[in-house]
Design a protein around this ligand. Structure first.
Ligand SMILES: *Cc1c(COP(=O)(O)O)cnc(C)c1O
Length: 512
């Protein structure tokens, strides 16, 4: 027994038994049996995806169970699993179904599900240490770099999704402004510790079209730029950024003393799947010395389909690009990615030193390029493993074919809508998104919007299919975004039939 200044208490060895409590099962055989049952149940869930209702509301009786207080004493794995079967599994978002086309939601896959289990068992702090996870992540990033047409040596990091990928892209763009040490001094002006921080160089502004995803505005808010720093450029009839207006806005802002620093281009807008003229944006960015970030959350993956890759031409000229694996590569949630052309720029917003995170010459900490320096996160799940496994299983070519088929299905649906006198197509269909509505000559514009809103909710509530909605030029649109490897043409025929049936039914109700 001893006491020192660092250990100012008496120490006695605590008692310990062989059966000491931990989170490991007490009976491994019983655990194995339960785990196998769980796996079988979820394989059935994936296999029967087409036969289940696409979505159903959570009933009140189940809702009440979610008000139960915290479990102080545990009731065991079997009982917890029963709660999952009763309270969770019957009420999914629905995106495993072949008839789910809401927002931009990936389907997942059986192999993806099992890959998540391998990830959980392996439980890596991905990218931080000298282990396999860092190698897997950098290999997948290099494959994606090649697939999207970027040069060797490009930097990148896995993210939770497109939102954080856009946030990182915009942060890197902001901090790449050469004569301002924003990571050190921030965006505020004034004196700090005798150092005068000048901001008379003008406010930072960047440019994106009116169709840009809301996550870019969110990023502007978080990064201290403010939403107003995004100069919103109008779009043409194909929902693509208007280039003359963009050039004029940059010129006007410079004349007013603002400091333009970036353009955010769209490869596949969330509303209609439109892609900006990325080559023209790259030209403008080069001439104006602006950073070009492309939000390609789903659209960037069009590069994998040889017959459609031309639609996102110029993508390979961006300084950074954000995309998701969990949308158009059908990888289970979550997995997104950002690629950044210049490694040094990528590190800038995230580099801080900490003695406890120092790399050592050997051992686990011998990781020369920790993702801690390229992301907001320190501890990160091993998202790259499922992508690595799925790419090895299916190959890039299969993903190209599935993406191509989703585009063909969108064209098929658009053609069916065009043929039906009661339906109206509301936007061009360059990729995988179809916006349309039900129309009846007797109804005015406001009533038509009301009808379609009601129609969409019934479609979802009856468990038939899940499109989502948007508003285009004041018109409420039923919006079908196809990032679904399970959909078949008959699913789209079914959708059209049901929309017409419900449209007639609601028209009868409101005009009676
Ligand atoms: C989905 C989406 C995002 C956001 O990505 P998350 O993975 O949901 O964070 C950004 N941009 C576009 C165009 C999207 O479709």
């Amino acid at each position: 027994m001893m006491t020192t200044a660092l250990l100012p208490f008496e120490f006695e060895k605590p008692a310990e038994t062989a059966a000491q409590e931990s989170l490991d099962p007490q009976d491994w055989d019983a655990f194995r049996e339960l785990a196998h049952r769980m796996l079988d149940r979820m394989i059935d869930h994936q296999r029967n995806a087409a036969d289940l209702p696409t979505w159903q509301p959570v009933p009140e009786s189940v809702e009440a169970r979610f008000k139960e207080g915290p479990p102080l004493a545990g009731k065991g794995a079997e009982s917890a699993y029963e709660d999952f079967l009763e309270l969770v599994l019957p009420y999914p978002t629905g995106n495993t179904s072949p008839r789910f086309w809401g927002w931009v939601s990936g389907t997942g896959s059986p192999s993806g599900m099992v890959a998540e289990m391998l990830t959980g068992g392996f439980n890596a702090l991905s990218g931080t240490f000298n282990d396999a996870s860092a190698r897997v992540e950098s290999q997948v990033i290099d494959w994606m770099r090649l697939a999207l047409g970027y040069p060797k040596g490009m930097s990148g990091v896995f993210t939770s999704g497109g939102s954080v990928a856009n946030l990182i892209g915009l942060a890197v763009a902001r901090d790449s402004i050469s004569d301002q040490d924003i990571p050190r001094w921030g965006l505020q002006e004034g004196e700090i510790d005798g150092q005068e921080i000048e901001r008379d160089r003008g406010r930072l502004v960047f440019y994106a079209s009116a169709e840009v995803h809301s996550s870019v505005l969110k990023a502007a808010q978080i990064l201290g730029l403010g939403r107003e720093a995004m100069r919103t450029v109008p779009v043409d009839e194909n929902f693509r950024i208007r280039l003359p207006e963009l050039r004029a806005a940059i010129e006007r802002d410079r004349a007013l003393g603002y400091r333009p620093f970036a353009i955010v281009g769209n490869a596949g807008t969330v509303n209609t799947g439109a892609t900006d003229d990325l080559n023209a944006l790259a030209d403008i960015a080069a001439r104006e010395r602006l950073w070009l970030h492309v939000d390609g959350a789903f659209g960037a993956l069009v590069r994998l389909s040889p017959g459609n890759a031309h639609q996102v031409a110029g993508l390979e000229r961006a300084d950074s690009v954000a995309f998701d694996f969990h949308k158009w590569m059908y990888v289970p949630y979550e997995a997104g990615c950002v690629l950044i052309r210049d490694v040094e720029s990528h590190r800038r917003p995230f580099t801080v030193s900490a003695s406890y995170l120092e790399a050592l010459p050997r051992g686990i900490a011998a990781q020369p390029d920790s993702t801690n320096l390229s992301s907001l996160q320190l501890s990160r799940g091993f998202k790259a493993l499922k992508v690595w496994l799925l790419l090895k299983e299916h190959g890039f070519e299969r993903y190209g074919r599935l993406i191509e088929r989703n585009i063909e299905q969108a064209r098929y649906l658009a053609a069916r809508v065009e043929r039906e006198p009661e339906l109206e197509l509301l936007a061009p269909v360059p990729l995988n998104i179809v916006c349309f509505r039900y129309v009846d000559g007797a109804l005015d514009p406001e009533a038509t919007n009301e009808l379609n809103r009601e129609l969409l909710m019934r479609l979802q509530e009856e468990g038939l299919a899940v499109p989502s909605s948007t508003v285009l030029d004041g018109r409420f649109a039923i919006r079908v975004a196809i990032t679904n490897h399970r959909s078949r043409l008959t699913d789209f025929d079914f959708l059209v039939d049901q929309v017409i049936r419900l449209g007639r039914q609601i028209t009868r109700e409101v005009t009676r």
